[in-house]
Structure formats: C-alpha cells, structure tokens
Design a protein around this ligand. Sequence first.
Ligand code: CIR
Length: 238
Amino acid sequence: AGLTSGGGTAPHYERALEQHDGYIRALERCGLQVHQLAADEAFPDSTFVEDVAVVTPRCAILTAPGAPSRKGEVAAIRPILERHHARIHAIDTGAALDGGDVMQIGSHFYVGLSQRTDPAGAHQLIGILEDYGMSGTTVSVSGFLHLKTGVTWLGDNTLIAAQEFIGHPQLAGFELIPVAPQEQGAANCLLINNHILMPAGYPRAREQVARLGREIIEIDISEFAKIDGGLTCLSLRF
Ligand code: CIR
C-alpha cells in the first residue's frame, strides 16, 4: 500500500518478502552485518528506510520526509539509530528532506532538490555536515523521485546515470556510465566494499558496469520497483 507514481499493478506481497530476503543475503555476502527491523504496519513505505535518516561516520541525521504519509516514520527510527550513534541531529519538520536524495561520496554529499527535498531541508543538512568537517552541494532533480533514483556512485570517480544527469553542471568532473532510457531502473545501484549490487533485468547496463572489475550481484527487486523503490532505499548503511 505504499506511495506510487505509476498506475501499474500492486506489489505481490509474498514475492516482495522473498526479494527482501534476497537483498539481506546480498548485503551479508558483501561482508555487512544486517540489523533487520520489524515491520511497521502503520507505514507501508517504511521499508524504504533510507529516506528517514542520513548516516555518516561522524553523526546521524533524522530527515523530514517530503511525503505527508511518511513523516511519522522518523519517530520509530530514532531509538534504533541511538543504539549505534552518539550524535543524532534532526532536520526541522518545517523543511523537507528524504535520504533518497542524498548521495555520499567520501566526505562530500550531493543533495537532490526534488519533489521530496526542498532547499531548506538540503541547506540544513549541509550545515550539519559542515559542522562535522564534511561538505555538501545541491543538485536539481526533475524527472525522478529522488536524486539516487537517477544517479548513483560506483566507486572511484564513476557514476551510473540516467540521461537527466549526463552533463549535469552540478555533477561535473565524474566519469559517467549512461543508462539507456529503457534501462532507467539500472541507475540505482549500490556499491558496498568491492561489490556492486544491481537491480536484475538490465543487461546493457550490467555489461558496462562489469568493465569496472568489481563483483556484481544482481538482485530482483521488481515488487519494490512497482512502488518506486530501488536497491539503495531498502537499507541504511554505516
Ligand atoms: C515513496 O514514494 O516514498 C516510496 N514508495 C518509494 C521510496 C523510494 N525511496 C528511495 O528512492 N530512496
């Protein structure tokens, strides 16, 4: 029952659970320890846990989700983050910021200005990051739900990017792997250690990403994609 921009079929629940298990196994294969959170039945989009917090090595920041139906997700994540992070900040509820708009590359954070993140939310986040010696810049987003729906980091100086982000002035200086319009879903990849998690079903993008020499793990997340979810959205990594 999550939010969706498309009018397609609803996710198949049992299949979604299986795909979620597959995602967890893939994270473990990358060497991560996974803390699986209980389902929060009050918030159907809460499986997209990336949107409610930005976790950095120096502090964690609770966001202010841009979708009204998702604002209540934040309260439940605070005590969980407190177990792992001593320094927790929060974006003011009057502003809007979704974690899906935050692309971290080292100590620099690219923050998408999208339907879900406004300039006030982005600038608050960047201010907090700067207090900890990190930095951030904004990137305008028009054709995607979030920045990372259309562009993600693959390590070194490389991004995989949908057309909108090719030649984007706020992302200058990167080597870009362009995804074809019919493979747009491939732009949301997830680099973990030396592995790249890719959504299954995008052979052309896979071939290009393979040239980077990292191990590719393909994961079928078709049921989450039906409600605009990608690989990054389903976890918080730290
Ligand atoms: C939403 O519209 O909020 C969810 N159905 C999808 C959120 C996807 N999250 C992400 O890209 N970080």
